[in-house]
Design a protein around this ligand. Structure first.
Ligand code: C5P
Length: 417
């Protein structure tokens, strides 16, 4: 499958000290050619196997190796380093590094970063077969799995030391595939105060779609739009604040997961529809995503090349209408289905038409005309269109609109009990 999960993702690669470190240079290349932003941390031992200069040249960024570097701390502290990535990948992960991770030690930049992170961690172990099979290593692997650390490999095969068995680091492309799977997995960041909040949406399930969809053309190109996802994320946050169980299904955006919501990251409209259907049943469905209307009919497995035949022509097919499909579900339809209508003209008339065409209960209509600053911006000016009329709200920040909308949805839910 062509996946765009890696494109524009931020990967922090920690290279441990092992013969397999040379394969991590190849991994950097594979990630970069898929559009990832790669930052590299190397342990002191790793530098005995590959040079930081090679890793810096391939990643296009300075390599970090020193916990006590004043320059690095001034530019980007190690805590920030550990949090600004979407995923931390440890490759190769040596027996020593796994042991330190399992113990929670923080005695160099690599282990400190791993202890300070709130992001997912994927490790690709590489070591001598006896070291891998040793009960101490297996105990550490068990501990790390219990902590939620994901593993790829090790593979069986002949090792640099001449022995045979499990211990070889997974091949770079297998690590790339594991990274893709990790980036697409749903996550829930716990609320800072622990248990869910109580509020007007307690015991309700709210599903929100947000952000753009990216429809692939080839492994590196896509059709997308400028949606920032802010309005959808603000709605998810407000719904969590109102006590709801929240599933946020988001296309590719540069926003942090709102704490307390289950965040399902998708890329395409088809994936968004599948995720929305899988999230059912729900009490409230809010379609705030800017879903691409069309996708490319035949996605190329290989990057399209310039050639004598000139520009390629792309044949497009229509995407499923997620809002329409959810509103039309006969069994267990959410009691409140709300959509957004971003229009450049005749905002209210078009929203009214959309309300009946999509079969939803409420449309939040706004103007995205040039100069409105709404698309990708921080503020919005909306009109609430229902079967019984239109209510126009003054211009507000997207979080304020989100809170007022969630209040309105809670009130409507109570009235349709
Ligand atoms: O059809 P249009 O894009 O104008 O409708 C906008 C509303 O429909 C938004 O709520 C959007 O999230 C939703 N939508 C959808 N699936 C599509 C297209 C739009 O859920 N394929």
């Amino acid at each position: 499958m062509t996946s765009l999960a890696i494109s524009a993702s931020r990967i922090l690669l920690i290279i441990g000290g092992g013969v397999a470190a040379y394969k991590s240079l190849e991994l950097i290349r594979r990630l970069r050619e898929r559009g990832a932003n790669v930052r590299v941390v190397m342990t002191a031992a790793a530098q005995q196997f590959v040079s930081p200069l090679s890793a810096a040249a391939l990643s296009g960024a300075a390599v970090r190796d020193d916990l006590f570097s004043l320059v690095d701390e001034a530019e980007m502290g190690h805590i920030e380093l550990s949090r600004s990535a979407d995923l931390i990948v440890v490759a190769p992960a040596t027996a020593d590094l796994l042991a330190r991770m399992a113990q929670g030690l923080a005695n160099d930049l690599a282990s400190t970063t791993l202890l300070a992170t709130d992001k997912r961690v994927l490790v690709a172990p590489a070591m001598n077969v006896r070291m891998w099979l040793h009960p101490a290593t297996q105990r550490n692997v068990g501990t790390l799995r219990g902590d939620g650390v994901a593993f790829v490999g090790p593979d069986d095969g002949e090792m640099a030391c001449g022995e045979f068995g499990p211990g070889r680091m997974a091949e770079p492309l297998a690590i790339v595939a594991a990274i893709e799977r990790q980036l697409l997995q749903p996550t829930v960041i716990p609320l800072p105060d622990g248990p869910p909040l109580r509020g007007p949406l307690s015991d309700r399930h709210v599903v929100v779609t947000a952000g753009p969809t990216f429809e692939p053309i080839d492994p590196v190109r896509f059709i997308g739009n400028r949606s920032s996802g802010r309005q959808g994320f603000a709605l998810a946050e407000a719904a969590v604040g109102a006590g709801a169980r929240v599933t946020l299904i988001s296309g590719p955006v540069a926003l942090l997961d709102p704490p307390g919501a289950l965040v399902v990251r998708v890329e395409t409209a088809k994936q968004m529809l599948d995720a929305a259907l899988a999230a059912m049943p729900a009490d409230v469905f809010i379609a705030a995503a800017a879903v691409a209307d069309w996708r490319v009919e035949a996605v190329s497995d290989q990057k399209l090349k310039k050639g004598a035949r000139g520009a390629p022509s792309l044949s497009l097919v229509e995407n499923p209408d997620i809002l329409g499909r959810i509103a039309a579900t006969s069994a267990a339809r959410p009691r409140l289905v709300a959509g957004f209508a971003a229009e450049t003209e005749n905002v209210i008339e078009n929203a009214k038409r959309k309300l009946s065409r999509k079969g939803c209960d409420l449309i939040v209509a706004n103007s995205v005309a040039e100069g409105s600053g709404v698309f990708g911006g921080a503020e919005n000016e909306v009109h609430i269109v229902t079967a019984s009329g239109v209510s126009s709200w003054p211009r507000m920040s997207k979080p304020e609109i989100a809170y007022k909308l969630i209040e309105l949805f809670a009130t409507r839910l109570r009235s349709v009990q």
